[in-house]
Design a protein around this ligand. Structure first.
Ligand code: HEC
Length: 262
């Protein structure tokens, strides 16, 4: 009995170790502390509550705030549906660069500090029932912290704005796919990835999906896909599911590394 339990434990340790090696964490793994969430609550009461309400549900009476009243809840299944398969970093960035909305008459001009925003993210996580742990949510953990349902990640619907990493492969002349790709993950904006984004993409474990690349012509005349054959690449674009195929309508293309080992 005891040995079985130990084997079970070492299985968990191995699994956790693998995840740690790959650097990715689910929000269900205790990624913030109660102390951070408590500081986030104080921050929220100062800067967010008048629009997003005490329970994170948002003020439903649009007249109260005119065009600035939020429609989306910051918790529950709606929130999960909009944010799953994205990272804590995207949430951080949205708050840091856009909350409270800058053009709103009563907006505080001062931007929130990075620390305050991390605490707000912790508070929103707590409001969504993600468990607290005993390690602070550090700035450098944000890109590796994946928002997902308790049971794990699920495929994103068609027309999601996504990114995917895989090995560039030519199916037949002019028709390309990425192979060995992990399921596409969500991005908020179709902008050029930063150096940190690319490093994070490179650190992500590969998978076994084949994703067709559509509309490479969008990238311009100078773009020559042959040049990247066999490279590990990252694409950003619009996901299109048409069973049995998964395609990405490509808007941005980045060479992650010259070699690809799926
Ligand atoms: C003046 C009103 C106002 C204030 C103050 C405000 N927000 Fe917002 N917030 C909005 C609006 C409007 C949106 C747009 C999305 C929507 O309609 O729900 C939004 C969206 C968001 C979203 C994205 C929701 C989603 O899932 O799409 C987050 C997260 C958020 N706010 C967090 C905050 C935080 C944290 C603060 C405090 C620092 C804050 N907001 C302060 C009005 C406000």
């Amino acid at each position: 009995m005891r040995t079985r339990f130990l084997i079970f434990l070492s299985g968990i340790a191995l699994f956790a170790g693998l995840l740690a090696a790959q650097g990715r964490k689910s929000v269900w793994m205790g990624v913030y502390t109660e102390a951070e969430a408590a500081k986030g609550k104080a921050e929220y009461e100062k800067a967010c509550i008048r629009c997003h309400a005490a329970n994170l549900d948002g003020i439903q009476d649009a007249n109260l705030l005119g065009d600035f009243g939020p429609r989306n809840s910051l918790r529950g299944s709606d929130f999960m549906e909009r944010w799953r398969e994205d990272t804590a970093h995207s949430l951080f960035r949205l708050i840091k660069t856009g909350m409270p909305p800058r053009n709103e008459p009563k907006a505080q001009v001062a931007e929130l500090s990075d620390e305050a925003v991390v605490n707000l993210v912790a508070y929103i996580f707590k409001g969504n029932g993600f468990p607290a742990g005993n390690r602070d949510l550090a700035q450098e953990d944000l890109r590796l912290t994946r928002i997902q349902e308790k049971e794990g990640s699920k495929p994103l619907p068609s027309f999601s704005v996504v990114q995917a990493v895989g090995c560039m492969h030519q199916l037949k002349p002019g028709q390309w796919e990425i192979r060995g790709a992990a399921p596409p993950t969500r991005v908020r904006e179709l902008t050029k990835p930063s150096e940190e984004d690319i490093q994070a993409a490179d650190a992500e474990p590969m998978g076994n999906q084949e994703i067709d690349l559509q509309n490479l012509g969008y990238l311009g005349r100078e773009f020559e896909p042959l040049q990247y054959e066999g490279h590990k690449v990252q694409v950003r674009g619009i996901l299109i599911r048409q069973p049995p195929n998964v395609r990405i309508d490509v808007r941005l293309f980045t060479d992650v590394s010259g070699v690809c080992e799926p």
